[in-house]
Write a protein that binds this ligand. Structure first.
Ligand SMILES: [Zn+2]
Length: 120
């Protein structure tokens, strides 16, 4: 897999983790903080730092594209299964899908702009 695609997936995962931390709140929070050594806001801060430093390792071109699509969606990298982009459910031209075996290139969907990885 292309190293930049791996980075994008890591970014996506860190963002998902951050959302999960924001979402679970309620009565269990106090308990967790008693038992674990890390409070929630510190955990979110650390995730934000990691997200920022990972973004710095993207090429300028990919970073621009990432910044453009990331605010509007949870997933920036989506699978292509049997020629269909799972970001928007539109068919990907076979040329794109065919060149991408092994995910050695970073491709994006022409329709929704998501980064793509091919699931064989
Ligand atoms: Zn798409």
């Amino acid at each position: 897999m292309h190293p930049q695609l791996v980075l994008l997936m890591e970014l996506q995962d860190l963002r998902a983790q951050k959302r999960a931390l924001h979402q679970d709140s309620g009565e269990t929070v106090g308990l967790e903080e008693e038992h674990f050594n890390l409070d929630r806001s510190r955990a979110v801060e650390l995730l934000e730092e990691k997200i920022e430093s990972l973004k710095d390792t993207l090429t300028p071109q990919l970073r621009t594209r990432y910044e453009r699509i990331a605010p509007q969606r949870d997933r920036v990298v989506v699978p292509v299964i049997q020629g269909t982009c799972y970001g928007c459910f539109v068919s990907i031209p076979t040329a794109t899908a065919g060149d991408q075996i092994g995910n050695t290139l970073v491709e994006t969907c022409e329709n929704c702009g998501s980064f793509l990885y091919i699931v064989e």
